[in-house]
Design a protein around this ligand. Structure first.
Ligand code: MRU
Length: 341
């Protein structure tokens, strides 16, 4: 299985697959400074909420090593760790991962590395568990031996520490011979679906087609799929879910068609301190990403871009939120995320 990153103990380096150039090129980045890590996060060389959680935790270790070698003051270390914590605002896993490691910083560098490794290991275990739960739930709900799936963005091994969330459920269904087909949305403007999900699906031998984001609601309304499965960047206490821009269109179409819309995420993506989606900060990215394509301007020079990276799907459109701790069914009013805490 592909890994988005690995921690090199000897050199205190995070070696990561540069996801900005996949699948054309398999290039690695060796990151050992806070600035380089923040840059990798902002440019999406490393991305996906659970991966950001683990990378954030290792980032605290990088900051501590840098503080030691460059003689930073305690204040400077705090500032740099905060800079890392805020590199991307919507995915709660990033700040969560940083906080997990920072909490043990008083015990020293080794304790921070140990905690970061735990965060990574726990994520993989969570993904494996939620994938089984999600596959069981979907087959029972669809009353089917096999299903056709649409998914949005990239939620596989590249977006996590291993295996994946929504992608993990797809993989689990495939392993059970319970998967008929996958529609992978391309994910404008940075093509995480077209470049990354299709790459993972190909590596795993899972049959799929890639469709434009704009095709997804028609695919759902015309009965070509049985279920939509997406990941999450932040799930509020009431179940409102922030995920890649375009997710809410799938949810609306699923409601209209009467098929399940499933959110899959480790519990580290649940933010009980945020009551509803109204309070979730949506990352606004550079307008250049939508005003051009592959670095070439495709719009009139006077056009202005609008580039929110995420949207919020209201909980009443979500059939199931699948976590490793259990499943809640917001649209049916069954279960509460707080009871899984
Ligand atoms: O901007 P990205 O590529 O980091 O967005 C990723 C997503 O929206 C994923 O669906 C989400 O982080 C869950 S990844 C398991």
């Amino acid at each position: 299985m592909v890994r988005a990153f690995e921690w090199l103990d000897d050199s205190s380096v995070l070696r990561m697959l540069d996801q900005t150039v996949l699948p054309i090129e398999e290039r690695y980045l060796n990151v050992n400074t806070v600035d380089a890590l923040v840059d990798a996060i902002v440019t999406l060389a490393v991305r996906g909420a659970p991966a950001l959680g683990a990378v954030g935790a290792f980032g605290v270790a990088i900051a501590m090593r840098q503080a030691e070698s460059e003689g930073w003051s305690e204040d400077r270390l705090v500032t740099e760790v905060d800079h890392l914590r805020q590199a991307r605002p919507t995915a709660v896993n990033l700040s969560w991962g940083v906080d997990q490691a920072w909490a043990v910083a008083p015990q020293g560098y080794d304790a921070v590395v140990t905690r970061a490794k735990q965060v990574a290991a726990e994520d993989e275990a969570a993904n494996r568990k939620l994938s089984k739960l999600g596959a069981d739930w979907i087959l029972a709900r669809c009353q089917a031996n096999a299903v056709r799936v649409v998914t949005h963005c990239n939620t596989g091994a590249l977006a996590t520490t291993a295996w994946g969330t929504a992608y993990g459920i797809i993989h689990e269904l495939f392993d059970r011979s319970a998967l008929i087909s996958v529609f992978a949305d391309e994910t404008r403007p940075l093509l995480q679906g077209a470049r990354l999900t299709s790459w993972e699906l190909t590596q795993d031998g899972i049959p799929h087609v890639v469709e434009a984001d704009g095709a997804a609601s028609s695919t759902i309304l015309s009965g070509k799929v049985d279920v939509a499965i997406i990941g999450a960047d932040r799930i509020a206490a009431n179940g409102d879910t922030a995920n890649k821009i375009g997710s809410v269109a799938l949810a609306l179409a699923c409601q209209r068609r009467g098929i399940p819309f499933v959110v899959a995420a480790p519990f580290s993506t649940v933010d009980l301190a945020t009551e509803s989606g109204n309070e979730i900060e949506i990352e606004q990215r550079d307008e250049a990403e939508v005003l051009g394509f592959a670095g070439v301007r495709t719009t009139p020079l006077s056009s202005v871009g609008f580039n929110p990276a995420f949207d919020v799907t209201p909980h009443d459109l979500i059939s199931a939120i699948v976590t490793e701790r259990g499943i809640v069914e917001p649209s049916a009013g069954k279960g509460r995320l707080s009871s899984l805490a």
